[in-house]
Design a protein around this ligand. Structure first.
Ligand SMILES: [Zn+2]
Length: 363
């Protein structure tokens, strides 16, 4: 029988010296553990590279944390009992009471292994400093507009479960879904289609054509800006992870030709309330598309026939502004029923509704 020994990840201490300008130089009693992802997807941006970065003064930035973890090794940069600058909360508890752990996300890393290593480290630190699991938290917790740890946030529960397993003496294991490629402008293919669909779920209105052109680039940058990511137009692990989150706003979906369902019915009813005469059948066919284009043309929108956030907003405004006053138009009065019916038919042929009312001609 073969006995497999649990491998202990090597920990290398490369502590920043006293007086280093990129650390506060204040002591700390650690009460929390704060998880980060480095945000650096470059090849070679592993734990060792981050240790060199901090040791060489972090390019003059006031930045420092306690540990960097990759799939093979852990570097320690600060003692557990001194403060770092990693949580972006000034002198708040993130910086002044928490141990900061960065998990690498460099190209080629075994992300699941790196997270499992981090979970083991967190469990050890919890025991050492008597920190409860409920105080294991995220950078985002201290600084909500920062989407960090970008790769762990989408499955934070799994990470916490792995920490708990490790704390109880088991082996931390984390399944990480197989990653996407990094996409850049003029990338092409199925993954670009995935990207465009994902952006559309978040309210953009891109053609799902599999080409990462300027419109896709603009949408990616806008999305990155809105999610506290680096606005570089590069769709790497952090941007993919944020895209895979459910859209925050409970707005409408972007509807395009041949969309189907309840939202299409809602669109058709709304258009009908504005004077269009669509079948409310839940299918975004040519008539619906034509109505949308007509509406867009009349409201100064891009006439693309797609119902995205701007068109939904304009529809809502048009509906709200719609005057409920009715102005009836009488066309004529006829003695002969067939003449009345002919007039009605002519009015209808012109696109209006018409009804025939009979009165008894008194007076
Ligand atoms: Zn962070």
């Amino acid at each position: 029988m073969q006995i497999l020994l649990k491998e202990q990840t090597r920990l290398i201490q490369q502590l920043l010296p006293m007086g280093a300008k990129n650390k506060p130089g204040r002591s700390m009693t650690p009460k929390y553990i704060t998880m980060h992802n480095t945000g650096n997807t470059s090849k070679g941006a592993d734990a060792r590279a981050h240790a060199s970065y901090l040791s060489s003064g972090a390019s003059g930035q006031k930045v420092s944390w306690h540990y960097t973890v990759d799939d093979g090794v852990i570097y320690q940069h600060l003692s557990d009992t001194e403060q770092g600058w990693h949580a972006a909360d000034g002198r708040g508890p993130g910086n002044s009471q928490s141990i900061g752990i960065e998990v690498c996300m460099n190209e080629g890393i075994d992300q699941a292994r790196a997270e499992a290593n981090a979970a083991q480290l967190v469990a050890q630190l919890m025991k050492k400093h008597n920190i409860p699991l409920s105080n294991v938290t995220t950078h985002q917790h201290w600084y909500p507009s920062k989407y960090c740890p970008a790769l762990i946030l989408p499955h934070w529960d799994k990470f916490v479960a792995a920490v708990e397993t490790a704390y109880n003496g088991g082996e931390a294991q984390i399944e990480v879904s197989k990653g996407h490629s990094v996409l850049i402008e003029w990338s092409k293919g199925e993954e670009v289609k995935d990207l465009q669909s994902a952006l559309n779920r978040h309210g953009y209105a891109l053609d799902v054509d599999g080409t990462y052109g300027p419109a896709t680039l603009a949408a990616v940058k806008d999305f990155q800006r809105a999610h506290g990511l680096d606005v570089d137009g590069k769709v790497g692990p952090a941007t993919w992870a944020a895209l895979e989150q459910e859209p925050v706003s409970q707005g409408h979906s972007v509807l395009v030709k041949w969309s189907k369902g309840e939202e299409v019915k809602e669109l058709q009813s709304t258009l009908n309330s504005l004077g269009y005469t669509l079948d409310v059948d839940g299918t975004y066919g040519p008539a619906t598309e034509a109505a949308v284009k007509d509406f867009q043309g009349k409201h100064g929108l891009d006439v693309d026939g797609k119902t995205g956030p701007k068109t939904w907003t304009a529809l809502a405004q048009a509906t709200a502004e719609k005057d409920d006053t009715l102005y009836r138009v009488q066309i004529g009065a006829y003695k002969d029923k067939s003449n009345a019916e002919a007039a009605k038919a002519a009015v209808e042929a012109a696109g209006f509704e018409a009804i025939i009312k009979m009165d008894d001609g008194e007076g």
